[in-house]
Design a protein around this ligand. Structure first.
Ligand SMILES: Nc1ncnc2c1ncn2[C@@H]1O[C@H](COP(=O)(O)OP(=O)(O)OP(=O)(O)O)[C@@H](O)[C@H]1O
Length: 488
């Protein structure tokens, strides 16, 4: 099976997307036939026929059908846990410290080519009303400042700021022209992520630019609003930090801390597979982050090595909250990346945080083995394998890690570790994590197994090179469409 698994992220499967597009395979699905409907028009969907589309390439593509979440009062899901953390052994994990470059071909001298900032001209004031999905009373939210005068308990006055860059309350007042775009470090379905320099603080940051025309065309309006709203709400050592967001008449912009080590995906493909210790380190940081997100009723829904960035200090930052959702009960949106989606998503049963624990099982397997447990060249083949429940095991696999994976990759989500009455604590107490002190994990006290080869904060050598010639011309959307993004 490994023979057929493409090592490059463009070569395998992809995120799911419904409704449109060139370079996609169109498929017709019948509910309850081990196939996936993309649309759900009512909760009673027996034998509903739906057309859906998959984009090729595991990460070059993106997303999903429009968000079709439906609240249900007939949840059969297990009781939610209180997520209180339990300390275990005091022994911190000792892992081998190696300096590794994410790109096997990365160069050590770094030139950051300045580009004219043609796409980010002129800031528009924005409304910051959180939509009903993410409207919570999270005390951390004040630190996710967006520079809006009405919502600015926020950030320090960094060096060199003039008073015109301060809000009335003394917080940082952002403008798009504060950011100089340097280089593209990632591309997505409707935009790109660029390394930028904040000319006010003189710090590097990452700017995610989403073309609103594409967001509308791909019916992703609710998802990008979810992404922004959830990012404003969260603060955790292993999740990306949103510094500010805004829009103009063409694009949506999100400014993040720049994570210069590149994607875990690259390190994993270069290494082939990780040792049990290395996998354990990354899994622990992800468990810590998932536990936190779930405690806020947020499901992440896109766990995979491409979305795990490694910081200069070797610790994880989870990025791409494009599928994250604040959950009241269950949700029905078809989304994720084929190799990582849980059976209940395929079966359109409605899903909850259990899908993240399933994806963790897939991720741990992929780290230890080098390829995911369910793989086929076509998404349908992947789904059949997921639903069959059959997993091929390597002969010399760490038996304790295998036990955890088996308990995470349980088709019946009511019996899946992480989704039972003790919640994440069941995962944290598993024997594979027995040497960990979870407070040490949270406080980044474990020694990272990989230290990225980074020469300075704005180093981009751990990312692939992307052409800067294919920036699409900015198209201003009309006022009617702009209103769709009123609360972004
Ligand atoms: N804060 C960051 N620092 C450094 N690189 C980043 C950062 N955020 C994103 N990237 C890079 O950009 C890539 C694309 O980012 P992201 O997945 O958020 O975009 P997207 O448009 O949602 O992509 P997709 O369509 O694949 O979901 C990431 O895989 C990563 O390599």
């Amino acid at each position: 099976m490994s023979k057929n698994f493409p090592p490059s992220k463009n070569g395998s499967s992809s995120k799911l997307i419904a409704g449109t597009e060139t370079h996609m395979i169109k498929l017709t699905a019948l509910h309850n036939k081990k196939q996936i409907p993309t649309t759900r028009t009512s909760t009673n969907n027996t034998n509903t026929e739906a057309t859906f589309t998959f984009k090729l390439g595991r990460t070059t593509g993106s997303d999903v059908s429009g968000d079709l979440s439906v609240n249900s009062s007939e949840s059969s899901d297990p009781v939610e846990s209180d997520y209180s953390e339990k300390s275990e052994d005091e022994k911190a994990q000792q892992v081998e410290n190696t300096h590794v470059s994410a790109n096997s071909h990365s160069i050590s001298s770094v030139t950051t080519t300045s580009m004219n900032n043609e796409t980010v001209d002129g800031e528009k004031d924005e409304s910051h009303d959180a939509d009903d999905i993410t409207n919570t009373e999270d005390s951390d939210r004040s630190e996710q400042d967006d520079g809006n005068d009405t919502d600015d308990e926020e950030t320090d006055n960094e060096s060199g700021e003039s008073s015109s860059n301060l809000t009335e309350k003394g917080g940082r007042k952002y403008h798009l022209d504060h950011f100089q775009i340097i280089k593209t470090v990632g591309t997505g379905t409707f935009g790109r992520v660029c390394l930028c320099r904040d000319k006010v603080s003189n710090k590097y940051c990452a700017m995610k630019i989403l073309a609103m025309t594409e967001v509308i065309r791909l019916k992703q309006i609710e998802h990008v609003k979810n992404e922004r709203n959830i990012l404003r709400e969260i603060r955790h050592p292993f999740t990306i930090s949103l510094e500010w967001s805004t829009k103009d008449e063409s694009n949506l912009y999100m400014i993040f801390d720049y994570v210069c080590g590149g994607e875990l995906f690259t390190y994993l493909r270069n290494a082939g597979k990780f040792s049990s210790q290395t996998s354990n380190f990354y899994a622990a940081e992800i468990v810590s982050a998932l536990d936190y997100l779930h405690s806020l009723q947020i499901i992440y829904r896109d766990l995979k090595p491409e979305n795990l960035l490694i910081n200069r200090d070797g610790h994880i930052k989870i990025t791409d909250f494009g599928f994250a959702k604040k959950l009241r009960d269950r949700t029905w949106t078809l989304c994720g990346t084929p190799e990582y989606i849980a059976p209940e998503i395929i079966q359109s049963k409605g899903h909850n945080k259990a899908v993240d624990w399933w994806a963790l099982g897939v991720l741990i397997y992929e780290m230890l083995v080098g390829y995911p447990p369910f793989y086929d060249e076509q998404p349908f083949g992947i789904y059949e394998k997921i639903l069959s429940g059959k997993i091929e095991w390597e002969r010399h696999m760490d038996p304790i890690a295998k036990d955890l994976i088996k308990k995470l990759l349980v088709n019946d989500r009511t019996k899946r570790l992480g989704n039972m009455k003790n919640g994440a604590d069941d995962v944290k107490r598993h024997r594979w994590f027995k040497n960990l002190n979870w407070n040490d994990v949270y406080n980044k006290k474990l020694m990272p197994p990989i230290l990225p080869d980074v020469h300075h904060d704005g180093d981009t050598t751990n990312f692939d090179d992307y052409s800067e010639m294919d920036w699409k011309p900015t198209i201003a959307i009309d006022q009617k469409d702009l209103k769709l993004f009123n609360d972004f």
